[in-house]
Design a protein around this ligand. Structure first.
Ligand SMILES: Nc1ncnc2c1ncn2[C@@H]1O[C@H](COP(=O)(O)OP(=O)(O)OP(=O)(O)O)[C@@H](O)[C@H]1O
Length: 293
């Protein structure tokens, strides 16, 4: 296992807030590692410590086995949640300006192709759509050809199509051997992009591992959902059945047997849905509250 980045018992206390409360994980070379959690969980604060922008209150960070030093900034690329772009600059000028800040540089023409910026190179950066802006910010994060790339909620605010396009782009970047550490509060994003995720809540990691394995470890293979009105009011719920947000949920490894049982109980199956449990279900199970409020 080739560990690129290591967070050991990181703590960050702001006045009155324990934003990060003892977070530890390791990021392996070439993987996409995700910090998944709701707003305010402490993801950005954790990322900023790992980027060398914030100093931990306590704990240690190692890059390739050593404490962060002055050369670290040359090895990493950062896509911030909000980057102020210089006004009155085009996309091309903006990229060139950021490139000039580094000794090590990516091939700019290649970067422009990769991030699909060719058509908008001469556009004023204030006139970009959400997706175009994120592609430019990713190009800026890659401008020094970093080994390790930090993406802080890279698709927040994008429409579903732009989000999917951006996921493809992140996968291409990862396919080129970059190690990626991203934060997200989108479960689908973590499941689609991340080799491993750490689920963060109230400044702590409550579970970490490969998304599908984490879900498998906590749930049977399927979840059957019915409106609560579909269940006969006078009958007790089947074993393991739970009521949640006007819905009845039944987790099972044997869907046909459960369907027979439901039918025999007199349940109305017309609006029945069968789904595979996911990270969102896991978050709810572990914390008692939803990932997205
Ligand atoms: N500079 C600061 N001063 C005081 N409190 C802060 C500061 N920055 C963050 N916090 C608090 O620390 C906690 C964690 O915030 P953080 O931004 O790291 O969470 P997050 O998971 O990244 O959420 P978001 O998705 O909203 O960015 C929150 O309670 C937040 O209000």
């Amino acid at each position: 296992m080739n560990i690129v980045l290591e967070a050991n018992a990181l703590v960050r206390i702001y006045p009155g807030v324990r934003a990060v409360d003892g977070i530890s994980f390791q990021v392996e070379s070439g993987e996409c590692f995700g910090l998944l959690g709701p707003n305010g969980a402490g993801k950005t604060t954790t990322l900023e410590m790992l980027e060398g922008i914030q100093t931990p209150t306590s704990g240690a960070i190692l890059y390739r086995g050593r404490p962060l030093d002055r050369t670290y900034a040359e090895s990493i690329g950062i896509q911030f949640q909000a980057t102020a772009l210089q006004e009155f600059q085009t996309v091309g000028e903006s990229l060139a300006m950021f490139a000039s800040l580094y000794r090590r540089r990516a091939d700019c023409a290649e970067l422009i192709r990769l991030c699909n910026l060719t058509e908008i190179l001469d556009r004023d950066t204030r006139k970009l759509s959400g997706g175009q802006r994120q592609r430019l910010l990713l190009a800026i994060a890659l401008v020094n050809d970093p080994d390790l790339v930090f993406l802080d909620e890279p698709t927040t605010g994008l429409d579903p199509q732009a989000r999917r396009n951006f996921w493809d782009l992140i996968e291409t970047v990862r396919g080129r051997g970059k190690t990626i550490l991203l934060t997200t509060h989108y479960m689908e994003e973590a499941e689609r992009l991340c080799d491993r995720v750490a689920i963060v809540d109230h400044g702590r990691i409550i579970a970490q591992g490969q998304p599908h394995r984490m879900v498998q470890a906590h749930f049977p293979a399927a979840v059957i959902r019915l409106p609560t009105t579909a269940w006969p009011a006078t009958r007790a719920l089947p074993p393991g059945g739970i009521r949640r947000n006007e819905r009845l949920e039944l987790y099972t490894d044997d869907v046909p047997a459960m369907l027979i049982q439901l039918e025999q109980s007199g349940a109305d199956l017309t609006q029945l849905r069968v789904a595979t449990p996911n990270l969102e279900d896991l978050f709810l199970k572990l914390t008692g509250h939803a990932l997205r409020s």
